[in-house]
Design a protein around this ligand. Structure first.
Ligand code: 3YP
Ligand code: ZN
Length: 365
């Protein structure tokens, strides 16, 4: 929570002489801190095993990132006023290099606990987010691609051959896609709002290349997609793809910015949708990989609703419930009841046609 994104105007750098008044950056601790406090005050935290994070080492980052990118973040982070990760609106606060290392290292430590058999499922409530960061550039508030660093660590240090990464953040997981685009040993699947962020990224025809052809799937859902569209995508694309791939581990890039009140996307999910999607993933993990399902936090910018989405997610992940129910469910009921519309179904059904391209890959080496 000490990753300092500073005073900006929403997602823009403040610029008083151009009329852009300083305010708080949209990627700030509030939604995450309130999620943690609800997980605590609901009593759920007391039922969980806490895993202490550590800094990811430079060598661990270098499994995914270029040395130039790591050096850039380190240098920006050493400046008294911080700097930027690469695109002009992804602030690197003073000391954010170490905090980004802690985010990636938190996922690594969770995986270590999973590999050691202490736990089968875990959630790293981390920031900064990571799924937009490519090998050589930070963007979209992301410095290092924590979920990608975790996937490589799972393979190279912990002996998991096949890793599936599911990304249901409202924005395209472009960084993760690009890092594993030619690699059939890491299946990447992103559900997102079509053409939201990054612009012109995340189309169905981005399906992997070379040896990795078929091992990247995008489901670019139309703006306005709600529970029906997302659950159709889970049932018709994500779960069948996981079944064909038979991963040794499922990682989840878990953003809550497809929630109905998020300012940075136009989707309509509720806390209950996250609960249902989590159950689907957990059942797949139970069936395919001894229950191993590890999530890292990504986006989600509604401080008064993200906590209820995160609680629903974590209750379901832990296989329990608390006395706290979503107090906004009744308000969202109309949006949530939106039926599957034909233009949403068409996208999902087109993506579903890619699933048979997946088989259990034989990876040399
Ligand atoms: C980055 C600039 C405009 C949208 C924003 C998206 C950040 C995010 O939550 N990515 O998953
Ligand atoms: Zn997002």
């Amino acid at each position: 929570m000490w990753h300092d994104t500073g005073t900006s105007a929403g997602l823009l750098p403040a610029n008083p002489s151009a009329g852009v008044q300083p305010a708080v950056h949209v990627e700030n601790p509030e939604a995450k801190r309130r999620a943690h406090e609800l997980i605590h005050s609901s009593g759920l935290l007391a039922e969980l095993l806490a895993v202490e994070p550590r800094l990811a080492t430079e060598d661990e980052l270098l499994r995914v990132h270029t040395s130039e990118h790591v050096a850039h973040i380190k240098a920006q982070s050493a400046l008294p006023g911080g700097g930027d990760a690469g695109d002009g609106f992804s602030p690197v606060g003073r000391g954010s290099y170490e905090i980004a290392c802690l985010a990636a290292g938190g996922l690594i430590e969770l995986l270590t606990a999973v590999a050691g058999g202490d736990i089968t499922r875990g959630y790293a409530l981390i920031r900064p987010p990571g799924h937009h960061a490519t090998a050589s550039q930070g963007m979209g508030f992301c410095l290092f691609n924590s979920i990608a660093v975790a996937a490589r660590h799972a393979q190279e240090a912990l002996g998991f051959a096949r890793v599936a990464i599911v990304d249901w953040d409202a924005h395209h997981g472009n960084g993760t896609q690009s890092i594993f685009y030619s690699d059939p040993s890491v299946l990447t699947i992103s559900l997102h709002q079509a053409n939201c962020f990054p612009p012109n990224s995340g189309w169905i025809n981005e399906n992997g290349a070379g040896e990795g052809a078929g091992y990247n799937i995008n489901v670019p859902l139309p703006p306005g997609s709600g529970p029906a569209a997302y659950l159709h995508a889970m049932t018709e694309v994500v779960v069948p793809a996981l079944d064909r791939f038979a991963p040794d581990l499922i990682l989840l890039a878990n953003g809550y910015d497809a929630n109905v009140w998020d300012p940075l996307a136009r989707q309509m999910l509720t806390a209950d949708t996250y609960r249902t999607m989590t159950r689907q993933l957990a059942e797949a993990a139970d069936r395919l990989c001894h229950g191993r399902l590890v999530a890292g936090h990504e986006g989600g910018y509604t401080p008064w609703y993200v906590p209820f989405c995160a609680l629903a997610f974590l209750e379901e992940l832990a296989g329990t419930t608390t006395h706290v129910t979503d107090p906004l469910a009744a308000v969202a009921a109309g949006y949530a009841a939106e039926p599957l519309l034909s233009h949403q179904q068409a996208v999902v059904d087109e993506a579903a046609q890619l699933v048979p391209r997946i088989s259990i890959p034989v990876v040399a080496g």
